[in-house]
Design a protein around this ligand. Structure first.
Ligand code: GDP
Ligand code: ZN
Length: 364
């Protein structure tokens, strides 16, 4: 059996710490090996352990609930041998990225577990879309990870004043979130990012073209594809070439990069939305009505703040949009909420029709 210190030295670069070791103790007592999932593929997963990368079957830990399926980033207990070798359990997740339902499936899908930093890449090569930044931040907060915004391709904004303005704009849309500027091309600002992701596990989010692959390569210090094609030993002792979606960074820290996370679209992010718009939620506590929609209600502190210029109207509109969108996503997953929304639409429809009839009545 592998000693505790051997486990620590082998797995610490992948995020193993005393807290994980404590949680793992009962599994260790059963002779199971700790490891972190670096890839999942059709009922199989690759797990990095003190004995190298092992392929294991997830049949034991694949319940009906798709959120409880093993995913990249999970810490698991694997059998020391067997053909197939099985994952017997996984440790409780600290954080989780969940994709909301696509139209076909009615449950969420787990994309990555135990992520500490969500790096949101935003390209300075195109006009800033703060609404989109806010959306990614909501997704990040929702997962439990700490977001950080990286304004990429900073070399394309040579004027320092302009760059400072852009940073400030993003900061107003991102309370509690560090905003960095990076030029991967010139290697500028990378030190700050390397230090930030140096502890814990990170993911890169952002639109296609935002510079995520370039940042990943810069963080890895070599071509990702070469690292990815690392030759691993499978459960049968053969050398195989596998794709890893979880990589230890040379400067410390771990990077998770899965195709699913990259193409992220709609997520459930109710609490996340609240955190992105913390100042609005704070103002809302001063509203006369606790269920104030910050629309035409009297005594609304939010619309009052817009009136005095304290709150940019763009922020309020973006907030409304994300709240609405989130309600729609939740409604798709939750039959009861769906029924309620439908009743609401019917009522609104009836009110609309009544209003129309009243108008027509006037015209007659
Ligand atoms: P991804 O789709 O988010 O992975 O974006 P990529 O990393 O593929 O980058 C998209 C494009 O932006 C590529 O053509 C990169 O060469 C370019 N790019 C990335 N980082 C920088 C940078 O720091 N400066 C400049 N000028 N271009 C960059
Ligand atoms: Zn209000």
């Amino acid at each position: 059996m592998t000693s505790t210190s051997a486990v620590f030295s082998a797995l610490a670069p992948y995020g193993w710490d005393q807290a994980w070791a404590d949680l793992f103790a009962p599994h260790a007592a059963e002779g199971l090996l700790p490891g972190r999932v670096v890839r999942v593929d059709r009922g199989q997963c690759d797990v990095i352990t003190a004995d190298g990368v092992l392929r294991a079957d997830t049949a034991f830990v694949t319940p009906h609930d798709p959120l409880r399926v093993v995913c990249t980033g999970d810490w698991v207990a694997v059998e020391p041998g067997g053909n197939p070798r099985y994952v017997r359990s996984y440790l409780p997740r600290r954080t989780a990225f969940v994709r909301s339902t696509s139209s076909k499936r009615s449950e969420g899908q787990i994309l990555a577990a135990n992520v500490d930093h969500a790096v949101v890449a935003v390209s300075l090569a195109v006009d800033l879309d703060l609404g989109r930044v806010e959306r990614f931040l909501a997704l990040a907060w929702e997962s439990g990870a700490q977001p950080v915004v990286v304004l990429s391709k900073a070399d394309l904004v040579p004027d320092p004043m302009t760059l400072a303005h852009l940073v400030r704009d993003v900061e107003t849309a991102a309370p509690g979130v560090p905003v960095l500027t990076v030029s991967a091309l010139h290697g500028e600002g990378l030190d700050t990012l390397v230090a930030l992701v140096g502890a814990g596990t990170s993911v890169l989010l952002g639109q296609s073209g935002a510079g995520k692959s370039t940042l990943a390569n810069a963080l890895l210090g070599e071509d990702v594809m070469d690292v990815r094609a690392a030759r691993d030993v499978d459960g049968k002792g053969r050398h195989t070439t596998t794709t890893r979606n979880l990589l230890a960074l040379p400067g410390g820290g771990v990077l998770i990069d899965t195709p699913g996370l990259r193409g992220v679209g709609l997520w459930d992010a109710e609490t996340g939305v609240g955190q992105v718009f913390a100042e609005i939620e704070e103002l809302a506590r001063e509203c006369r009505f606790h269920d104030c929609a910050h629309d035409t209600e009297p005594g609304c502190a939010v619309t009052a703040a817009v009136g005095t210029g304290r709150l940019p109207v763009r922020r309020l509109e973006s907030y409304r949009k994300l709240v609405r969108e989130n309600q729609w996503i939740v409604a798709k997953t939750d039959a009861r909420a769906r029924a309620e929304l439908r009743r609401d639409w019917k009522r609104k429809g009836a009110e609309g029709r009544a209003a129309m009839q009243a108008k027509r009545g006037h015209l007659r």
